[in-house]
Structures are given as C-alpha cells and as structure tokens.
Design a protein around this ligand. Structure first.
Ligand SMILES: [Cu+2]
Length: 489
C-alpha cells in the first residue's frame, strides 16, 4: 500500500489492526463478478470502519469485497479556537470540524451507530448524502444527549458525499461545524496516488467581527444575511499552515478530497501555482482535465488530483479572494525536492519600471479620510491589548497568528531580523506599504504589502505588540515616533 496515515488516534489504530485481522482470517468466498445492481452485491463479513481526523483519510478500500461496515461516531459539543484569541463552541461529529472521514466502497452495508455524548446540551442527527432513503438517515438517527441511535443503509452510488446534521434549526447546526465527508469508492477502489488529504470549507458567523477576541457566540442574523466573518478550511484559521501545512514531494501525485459544508457560501477552490490534472466534478464520475479553479457547492464536494513538479509553498484558497486573505480560507501545501528549471525557472530578470506618478495602493478608509476619535492606550498593558486586537483584525491574515508568516508569500514578524534591525523602517512599511525584494531571516520575499490605513495611535499599538511578542527586541513604539515617520520628507 502506498498510502500512509500519518496521524490517527490510538483508538483508530486499534480498530484498523482489528479490521485487518478480520480481513486476513477469512476465506475469500465471493467471486470477482461485477453486479448489474449495487443492491445485489452480497456482504458477508463485518468490519469496523477506520475513521480519521482531517486532514487525513483512512486506508483506501483497494479490492476488498463488500462488507457490513460498522461506523461508530460520537457527537461532541466542544470549545475550540477560531483564530488565536478567538474562542468558539463547535458542534462536531467525532470532535473535529469537519467530522471524521468515512471511507466505504459501493455495496457496503453500513451499520451507523450515532452517539450523542451525555455532556452535550442538544439533540442532533445525521443526513448522509450517500444514503438512498428519507432524510438521508436524519429521521432514523435523531438522538438526545446520552443516547445512541443505530440505523443501516447500503451504499449504491460511488462518489464523494457530504454528511451533516439536520436538526432544527438546520442552518445553525451546520454553521457550528456539523458536517464531514463520506467516500464511496467504486468496485476495485480509486486508482492509487501518493498522497491523499481531507479538506472542507465552512463559513462562520460570530457576534464580534473577524479577530475580535474572547468567546464568540453564533450570530443568527449574520448567518441569515450570509455575511460571514470567517471562511475557513478545516474549522479554523490556519488549520493547515505553518507546522500543520500539508506536505508532498516533487514528482508525487496528490489527491484532495474537498468538501464544502457551507452553510451558505459556494467555494471557488484553487491552488496557487498548480493546475488540477483531474477533477471529479462535484465528487461524481465525470472527470474534467486541466482545471484551474473548481466550484464546490455548499453541501457538495469534489476530488482534485495533481502531480507536483517543483518544490515550494503552494497556497490553497477560495478564489473569492477576500475570503482567503481576510477571512481565513487559506491553507498551504509544502512541496520538497529538486528544482526543475524546465518546468519553472523562477525570476530571470528584474529591471526598474516606474511610470510617472505611480504609487503603492493604499487601503480605502471608510467614509472620511481622517481616522475616528479613538481611545488612547494609557498603560503598556493596554497598548499590548489594543495592539493585539489590531493585529488580529488587520495583520493576521497574511503574517499569521504567531507572526510566523507563510514561506514564499508573507515574511515572518516573529523573531524577524528585518523587523528588529530598524524600527523607523517598520513604521514606514505599515504606514506606506512595501514592495520589492527583501530578505527576512535568510529567506527572500518579493511581494506587495498594501499601506495600512491606521492612525498613529494604532500603528504604535500594533507595532509595540509585534515587537514585544514572539522573541522580538521589545521596542516600545510611541505615537510620536509614528508621527515623525509620517511627516518626514
Ligand atoms: Cu446537530
């Protein structure tokens, strides 16, 4: 087997081993004949389904025969972190958003055991789009806290399907994270690839706006207005960046099982710097080749495949692009290996091009061009607090939650030699933006940061926060220092 499951809970490992023992101890009694109707595919052994947390997926079915497959899923309502400093109560299938990945094959008879943890406050249920039957199983699975419901169905149609809670108010249960994917592989399994990952987009609606700290409650009105504060992959901002980025090696084929839980938004799924060699459109049989961006409806999915040809950081986004850089819909695939100049030669020339009057774009200020009257920070502690709020609202989308940046795209602000070398330069960058090549901690960046429309007070707060976090040199930046840079010639 080529696949590696990098991270499964101990329970899952034990289940897998148990399942493997079952597989090898039985005699293969079914013939290889294919059945006209999936309904007629016989099942004669029992097996406990391996379930995985995102972004990992269970072992492929390969050419195993159809079985009675037991899926044991526990609903948990639990607090999690949307972005650094912002807490949210998620409702989950299996403790994660999206819920555990379920991998089956056509003809399996699924015995679904849905458990609602006794500490939970609400009843829930499950509607699996892979089911042929009323409510996708919703009616049969409605379960109160401290109870378990069992129902069963046969997988008739191969494909990648969404499952979600369908308890009223349905939109709220989905908005809180109650969705996941179930894969039904065809007879003989999907063609083997080198790496497989599980990604699911979701939109979130909170009382506070993006980055506002503390425990944030669900906001029904914003959800009805489809005015999302967060649009994220795998439940929170940065689920697959930094140390949690996806990985692959040059030359490998990567398959992404991508779902969209919604509740509202349609995803324009794109990988910056890659072309999908294959897309299983909407998760069905239709395969489209050579695709740049694929639409994934709310309550739908797609399987995308591509070979990675050169090393680097490839950024996965919803190409409705403000969602990526301002609401969190951004993940990273780090590819390691040999450069291939035939495929990509990098920068081969840079000259000066400066049309008369060209300036760096600045961010629009809403309404008047003068910043509003604001509360001044009175103490260093207050400065740090205000600065952190500003950072979470303004800088975090690019420079990331712990200032670690994203290699190849956004330079780090954590332990950053470039930042610590020159405070006036840092002030100038926040006030006026920055473009052109710079080197930060030995790595080159050549991109554009737009000017941030912030008051002297805000710039002082946010930079004091940055300088006094993550191993930087503890400079205390004052509004006077900012004003001096703003007014210098
Ligand atoms: Cu629910």
């Amino acid at each position: 087997m080529k696949f590696k499951i990098k991270q499964t809970s101990l329970k899952n490992v034990a289940l897998t081993i148990g399942a493997m023992a079952l597989l090898t101890s039985c005699v293969n009694t079914q013939s290889d004949k294919t059945y006209e109707n999936a309904v007629d595919i016989p099942v004669n052994q029992e097996m406990v389904a391996e379930l995985t947390d995102p972004p990992f997926v269970p072992t492929p079915v390969g050419n195993r025969l159809a079985k009675k497959l037991i899926v044991d899923l526990e609903i948990q309502e639990r607090e999690g972190e949307m972005v650094s400093g912002v807490k949210y109560i998620y409702w989950t299938f299996g403790g994660t958003v999206p819920g555990s990945f379920i991998r089956t094959r056509v003809g399996d008879e699924i015995e679904f055991r849905l458990k609602n943890h006794p500490d939970n406050k609400l009843p829930h249920n499950i509607d699996l789009h892979a089911v042929n039957g009323p409510g996708g199983g919703a009616e049969s699975s409605f379960v109160a806290p401290g109870h378990e419901k069992v129902f069963s169905f046969k997988t008739l149609n191969p494909g990648l399907y969404v499952y979600h809670c369908a308890t009223a108010p349905v939109g709220m249960h989905i908005a809180n994270g109650m969705y996941g994917l179930i894969l039904v592989e065809p007879e003989g399994g999907l063609p083997p690839v080198d790496k497989e990952y599980y990604i699911m987009q979701g939109d979130f609606y909170t009382e506070g706006k993006y980055g506002e700290r503390g425990l944030q409650a669900f906001d029904m009105q914003k959800a009805i207005d489809e005015n999302a504060d967060y649009v994220v992959f795998n439940g929170h901002v940065g689920a697959m960046t930094g140390d949690n980025a996806l990985t692959a090696n040059v030359g490998e084929t990567v398959r992404l099982f991508v779902g969209n839980g919604g509740p509202n938004l349609v995803s324009s799924f794109h990988v910056i710097g890659e072309i999908f060699d294959k897309v299983y459109v909407e998760g069905g049989d239709l395969v489209n080749d050579n695709v740049q961006t694929t639409l994934i409806p709310a309550g739908g999915a797609a399987i995308v495949e591509f070979r990675v040809d050169v090393p680097g950081s490839f950024i996965l986004v919803d190409h409705s692009i403000f969602r990526a850089f301002n609401k969190g819909a951004l993940a990273v695939l780090n590819v390691q290996g040999e450069e291939n100049e035939k495929v990509f030669a990098g920068e081969i020339y840079e000259g000066i091009y400066q049309p008369e009057g060209s300036v760096i774009q600045s961010m629009p200020t809403s309404g008047s061009s003068k910043p509003k009257e604001e509360i001044k920070a009175l103490s260093f502690e207050e400065k740090m607090k205000f600065g952190k709020d500003k950072y979470m609202a303004t800088c975090v989308a690019c420079h990331q939650g712990n200032g670690q940046g994203i290699e190849g795209a956004f330079p780090p602000l954590a332990n950053a030699d470039y930042l610590n070398a020159d405070v006036d330069r840092a002030i100038d960058i926040v006030l006026h933006g920055k473009s052109g090549e710079i080197t930060v901690n030995g790595k080159k960046y050549n991109s554009v940061m737009t000017a941030q429309a912030l008051s002297d007070e805000d710039v002082a707060n946010v930079l004091t926060y940055v300088y006094n976090s993550w191993g930087n040199n503890k400079t205390d930046v004052t509004p006077e220092m900012v004003n001096a840079v703003r007014n210098r010639k």
